[in-house]
Design a protein around this ligand. Structure first.
Ligand code: AMP
Ligand code: ZN
Length: 457
């Protein structure tokens, strides 16, 4: 049966036909790295990991390229770096923050059973590609420089808004457009903006500045996947304005009818029926679910969280509940009752997945399987590999033993880091901080000049 995917661009489920079956190309917008990822952020990671695994199964592991970027230039990053690293030069503070957060993100999503993408490009390493695209847009009349900024001129693209299918009024409201005197049209959006001396910035034809968010994905997908590729994904909130603007930039720069053939969007996650928010106290980071007792009074194995996430069709909103996590755990324990060598996955499970990742149907099928080897093979296809013992004792082990780190080693590394920083050897200090993060240690540089640490996981 051919793979069918729901395409936001056409609002239809379509047969998937790759541009090149020898290199199927998938791009998913990745995290902005300034804080721990929350369980809502985990949804696109897990959903598109299942798609990545399915594509690898269908086309062969070597024939799928999955790009998920890291956004490491953003004004939220600048603010957080200045707050959390007082006294450290801003560019160094930004590096420490973004690199540390990226390491934590990778650990979190690995715990959820997700494979690393084929390429994980960082925005700051693609500034020249961004400048290249902006220059093409200016040359073709789709963008204009103004007061140190460069703006994309929305009226220059007749079918702007095709993905979100919104009226211009709705788009204006949705984009919460800033009225700036240098804009030709209120809908015009920023491709490049000027940086003050303190802010991170790169030399460009329009002066020292930094990119807007949307241009980053156009540049990284172009560099790693080409002018047109197969599938672009992300959460439903990204349809407008982010994806609409990515499309505008890439199509106008390269002159194609589409940027990607298929656009896929996961639904939003809410907690126990309510929007997840810090003020409601129902905001959970992935790390908290894996390591603390904040959700349901206990810690949860990553594959339990994965199954709880996959029980709902990916386009539907998901209600994240303790009850669903408990059910996912007992289901996994039952499925893992036998320690067997995995066989080829069940054709019924595959058929369900090929129907626009129909995971509820795939899971219903798993419940019917009687051969433990086929069950294990099907679970492996879906990214489940933990044994019964790993899952069964997880919370108790976390409480009993707790995380252990070698305190003497941590102190030695901190001393080395202090020396490196006094010598202004930022490369060494970054490396040491990375080592500490790998050890699961969170370092805090206090305002009074002292440094303290704690176990972060
Ligand atoms: P952000 O860091 O807000 O750019 O989000 C990173 C990714 O997580 C994007 O693909 C978002 O669409 C997705 N995302 C953010 N919040 C949620 C949520 N509550 N439920 C599902 N996906 C989310
Ligand atoms: Zn993007």
């Amino acid at each position: 049966m051919p793979l069918k995917l729901y395409n936001t661009l056409t609002r239809r489920k379509e047969d998937f036909v790759p541009l090149d079956p020898a290199n199927v190309r998938l791009y998913v917008c990745g995290p902005t790295v300034y804080d721990f990822a929350h369980i809502g952020n985990a949804r696109p990671v897990i959903v598109f990991d299942v798609l990545f695994r399915l594509l690898r199964h269908v086309y062969g592991d070597a024939h799928v390229t999955y790009v998920r970027n890291i956004t490491d230039v953003d004004d939220k990053i600048n603010e957080r770096a200045a707050r959390d690293f007082p006294g450290v030069p801003l560019n160094k503070a930004i590096r420490e923050l973004t690199e540390g957060t990226a390491v934590i993100f990778r650990q979190d999503i690995a715990a959820l059973g997700s494979l690393p993408p084929t390429v994980e490009p960082r925005a700051t390493e693609h500034i020249s590609e961004m400048i290249d695209i902006i220059e093409r847009l200016i040359a073709t009349g789709h963008a204009y420089p103004a007061e140190g900024h460069v703006l994309f001129n929305v009226p220059s693209m007749p079918d702007y808004g095709r993905l979100s299918r919104r009226s211009l009024d709705e788009m204006e409201a949705g984009a919460r457009v800033d009225v700036a005197p240098y804009k030709r049209d209120p809908m015009d959006f920023v491709l490049w903006k000027p940086s003050s001396d303190e802010e991170p910035g790169w030399i460009s034809p329009w002066g020292r500045g930094r990119p807007g968010w949307h241009i980053e994905c156009s540049a990284m997908s172009w560099k790693h996947l080409g002018e047109v590729f197969d599938i672009h994904g992300g959460g439903i909130d990204l349809v407008f304005p982010h994806h609409e603007n990515e499309i505008a930039q890439s199509r106008c720069a390269f002159g194609h009818a589409v940027m990607a053939n298929v656009w896929m969007h996961n639904g939003f996650l809410q907690v126990e029926g309510e929007k997840m928010s810090k003020s409601l106290g129902n905001f959970f980071t992935i790390r908290e679910l894996l390591e603390s007792d904040r959700f349901g009074g206990r810690a949860w194995h990553g594959e339990v969280l994965r199954l709880a996430m996959l029980r709902t069709q990916y386009r539907q909103p998901i209600d994240w509940t303790v009850k669903a996590a408990e059910e996912a755990e007992s289901t996994l324990l039952r499925w893992r009752a036998h320690d067997v060598v995995p066989a080829a996955p069940d054709p019924g499970v595959l058929e369900a997945l090929e129907d626009d990742l129909n995971l509820p149907a795939a899971i219903a099928r798993l419940h019917q399987l009687s051969d433990p080897a086929v069950l294990a093979g099907s679970l492996r296809l879906l990214g489940f590999s933990a044994t019964r013992d790993e899952i069964a004792g997880y919370d108790a082990r976390r409480r009993g033993g707790g995380a252990t780190v070698d305190a003497a080693r941590v102190e030695a590394l901190l001393a080395e880091r202090k020396a490196a920083r006094l010598a202004k050897d930022w490369a060494a200090s970054d490396r040491i901080r990375g080592e500490l993060t790998e050890l699961g240690v969170a370092v805090k540089d206090n305002k009074d000049g002292t440094t303290t640490w704690e176990i972060a996981r």
